[in-house]
Write a protein that binds this ligand. Structure first.
Ligand code: UD1
Ligand code: UDP
Length: 370
């Protein structure tokens, strides 16, 4: 049983679901919590995922406590009735943590996809760092995208025999989305010869002044460089919408658009000059696969592999630093080339296959014990 609730989890679980569906020894059951509504539905529609259950919990400006309690209560009956042999969760959202707790209460084994990412800073990102630590405490199988994430799990004394290095399923998902000769209405509005920068920013810890600081930097750079266009698909969080529109509504060359579906987003990323984001890392995994430099609008990252490989640069949220980093990429072809040609450290597109192979072995072992 796969359980997820937000846009990025759905995108990165899709290759895993596909793999389960084609495995003759497995039956797939998909449960969505509905922590996201429209943004989740976009992914379900595009990838033709038909959930068996949808808890539909989303509320406007929902709190972490509400999400947690609704997921746990909602899953109770489903787990009781379905008694899955294994549940798979992804990443570090509150759905991930609460679904794992629910599975633990029902004594159902848990496989954690994208396990072992750490910043070692409890409030950065908030609440994701602690969500993933708690999830790993309860998990029985760990699908670590890289050697470093495996090392993190070993530092916490998780069983080495239960940790598999798989690569990240975000790289698998790109195989389904990237199109040659892609176009989109917003791209047709950008004059030839302009550079397009793709922006996303939504994290809880950035909502407020950090976001305003970054938007000020972007505004200054765009005003000084008329041949740059920013495309910003704005997350539906009301707090994010408010700050984005306040900053950019009257700025030429900044295109605020609705969240894109994943095919559009991946192709928009492929057509960008570079990407600026505070995303939990999907862009940080997608962008290296697409050879696009990324300016990370956060002060820490759980993906230092990308920084070491040279594809990511942590720029934080101070106006001066963000401006400097943008100007460097725009004005120094050498620096731009170095970042875009870095080797992708996040896998080869076969993570889901490795994950399901490991699940099958685990389930086989369980069967022989019983
Ligand atoms: C959540 C995850 C975060 C992940 C992000 C991906 C937690 C605590 N946070 O943050 O780790 O990076 O998803 O996007 O699990 N909303 C809508 N429609 C939607 C989705 C959201 O209207 O389809 C609005 C609602 O008002 C909702 C608000 O956005 O209350 C915030 O959603 P929530 O899931 O709580 O937080 P995110 O910032 O999306
Ligand atoms: N994404 C999308 N449409 C958008 C913006 C992002 O489909 O308008 C995709 C993107 O390709 C990535 C994922 O959503 O796979 C990232 O989700 P988000 O930024 O919401 O979450 P995070 O990565 O921060 O957890």
């Amino acid at each position: 049983m796969t359980i997820f609730g937000t846009r990025p989890e759905a995108i990165k679980m899709f290759p895993v679901i596909k793999e389960i569906e084609t495995n003759p020894n497995m039956v797939s059951s998909v449960v969505v919590t509905g922590q996201h509504r429209e943004m989740l539905q976009q992914v379900l529609n595009i990838f033709h995922i038909h959930p068996d259950y949808n808890l539909d919990i989303m509320e406007k400006k929902q709190t972490l406590s509400k999400i947690t309690s609704k997921v746990i209560l909602g899953l109770d009956q489903i787990l009781e009735k379905e008694q899955p042999d294994l549940i798979l969760v992804h990443g570090d959202t509150t759905t991930t943590m609460a679904a794992s707790l629910s599975a633990f209460y029902h004594q159902i084994p848990i496989g954690h996809v994208e396990a072992g990412l750490r910043t070692w800073d409890k409030y950065s990102p908030f609440p994701e760092e602690i969500n993933r630590v708690i999830t790993d405490d309860m998990a029985d199988l760990y699908f670590a995208p890289t050697q470093l994430s495996k090392d993190n799990l070993l530092k916490e004394h998780h069983d080495a025999n239960k940790i598999y290095i798989t690569g990240n399923t975000a790289v698998d998902a790109l195989k389904y989305t990237i199109q040659a000769n892609y176009t989109h209405e917003v791209l047709t509005q950008i004059p030839r010869g302009h550079k397009m920068i793709l922006l996303t920013m939504h994290r809880r810890e950035n909502q407020g002044q950090p976001m305003r600081n970054v938007f000020k930097a972007i505004k200054d750079v765009v005003m000084a460089n008329p041949k740059i266009d920013i495309v910003y698909p704005v997350h539906l969080s009301p707090r994010v919408q408010e700050i984005a529109h306040e900053a950019f509504d009257n700025v030429d060359n900044v295109h605020l658009i609705e969240p894109l579906d994943v095919i559009d987003f991946h192709n928009m990323a492929a057509n960008s000059y570079f990407i600026m984001t505070d995303s939990g890392g999907v862009q940080q995994e997608e962008a290296p696969s697409l050879n696009k430099p990324v300016l990370v609008l956060r002060t820490s990252t759980e993906r230092p592999e990308g920084v070491r490989a040279g594809t990511l640069k942590i720029v934080g949220t101070q106006t001066g630093n963000v401006k400097l980093a943008m100007e460097e990429l725009l004005n120094s072809p050498k620096k731009y080339q170095a970042m875009s040609n870095a080797k992708n450290p996040y896998g080869d597109g076969y993570a889901a296959k490795r994950i399901i192979k490991a699940c099958q072995e685990y389930l086989g072992e369980q069967e022989s014990v019983q």
